[in-house]
Ligand binder design. Structure first.
Ligand code: GLA
Length: 388
């Protein structure tokens, strides 16, 4: 099941759109995947541990150096909304909307001292937009690769991930961590990407679900994102305040036994982060030991309970989907991504995918929620240049 519903292959579509827009061939096409996070939620801005996978669904950027001394970007998804800016001078505040993800990366690379050119760009994506699957980070990573390659710059993937985070934080204005960019840049077929966001060490952890007759089902709840940006920033602030009260640099340096000194709501927030880091280690150790992946199911569900009750980033549509999936026999299910809507993942038997989706659909219909959509996540390769 692909999120694009099996239309024209995205590579052909983006190249055709480039020819139509600029009357010439692109110099190249760069692609970067969206992600789902297997486990390690709201840990990445606390110097913590994350274990995402890169999806096969990608953002694509067709690009060529511009002959007009400015960057022009057209989106296949939003064709009437053309973005222009000067990559050599653009600063935060000058570009908004989806164009900010492109301009932001150009700006961050420039601030890091790289001489980049203005580009003609066409962007396309088969990552569902606005579903919490990091379509925007995928776009940043693909554009960043295009910029570096076309300027003849050697690509250090972690440096690019950091530039993309800076674009997100200081240009787009979203105080997110580095999980999504590392997933997109370091994804590997058949593997999850274990990142220690303090040391920035990346380890690929085998995740052979199909070989065990399993599927990682992603259910897009289509729940409207309720105050997602403000609530995300508020959670981050809670974590910083908790660390400060405990005299720690970040919550990575805190033990469960330290938390008694905190007021109750900060104890619950910090408790989630500390236990979530432990759950990531647990899942990594099970997978690295070659255990049956079914064994990670209860750990995924425990993560959901912690995010629901202690970190309070869930919404009724998400909890209903998790409950319906578990009742339908999933080994584990949890919210994935920043929360307040978005997607749920569930570890299910391959043969139970259809019945699991049906179970969520029935629950949603009964509760008057908008119909969900679903696909099976395949751990895929990270960003790179495609042969046009
Ligand atoms: C969003 C952010 C990530 C991370 C998650 C929560 O996806 O972009 O950096 O903080 O939320 O784990």
């Amino acid at each position: 099941m692909r999120a694009d519903g099996g239309q024209q292959p995205p590579l052909v579509r983006v190249v055709d759109a480039f020819r139509e827009a600029y009357g010439r061939e692109p110099e190249g096409v760069w692609a970067a995947p969206g992600r789902v996070n297997l486990i390690g939620e709201h840990t990445d801005y606390n110097d913590g541990l994350v274990l995402p996978i890169a999806l096969e669904q990608r953002a694509l950027v067709a690009a060529a150096r511009s002959s007009y001394g400015r960057t022009r970007a057209i989106s296949v998804q939003f064709p009437s909304d053309v973005t222009t800016f000067y990559a050599t001078t653009v600063v935060p505040g000058q570009v908004t909307g989806w164009g900010a993800y492109l301009a932001g990366v150009g700006w961050a690379l420039r601030v890091a001292g790289h001489a980049i050119d203005d580009l003609d760009l066409v962007v396309d994506a088969d990552v569902p937009i606005g579903a919490g699957l990091s379509s925007s980070h995928a776009l940043e990573c693909a554009a960043g690769l295009a910029w570096m390659d076309l300027a003849g710059l050697p690509v250090d993937r972690m440096e690019l991930a950091l530039a993309c985070r800076q674009a997100e934080n200081d240009f787009v204005g979203a105080p997110t961590g580095i999980m999504d960019q590392t997933a997109s840049l370091y994804g590997r077929d058949g593997h999850a990407v274990f990142v220690d966001t303090r040391t920035l060490a990346v380890v690929h952890v085998p995740l052979d679900l199909a070989g065990h007759g399993l599927a990682l089902l992603v259910v897009d709840t289509r729940a409207p994102h309720r105050h997602a940006d403000g609530e995300y920033a508020a959670r981050r602030q809670d974590c910083e305040e908790a660390a400060q009260l405990l005299g720690a640099r970040t919550l990575r340096d805190v033990e469960l036994t330290d938390l008694d000194a905190l007021p109750p709501h900060l104890r619950r927030r910090a408790g989630h982060v500390v236990t979530e880091n432990a759950r990531v280690r647990h899942v990594v150790s099970l997978l690295e030991a070659g255990s049956d992946p079914r064994s990670i199911g209860p750990v995924l569900t425990a993560s959901h309970v912690s995010l629901r009750d202690d970190f309070e980033v869930s919404v009724p549509e998400v909890d209903s989907a998790v409950d319906a999936l578990l009742e339908a026999g999933a080994y584990g299910a949890r919210i994935t991504g920043g929360g307040f809507g978005g997607c749920v993942i569930a570890l299910v038997e391959d043969a139970a995918v259809v019945a699991s989706v049906t179970a969520v659909e029935a629950t949603y219909a009964g509760r008057g929620f908008a119909a969900p959509s679903a696909f099976v996540a395949v751990p895929s390769a990270g960003a790179g240049r495609l042969d046009a």
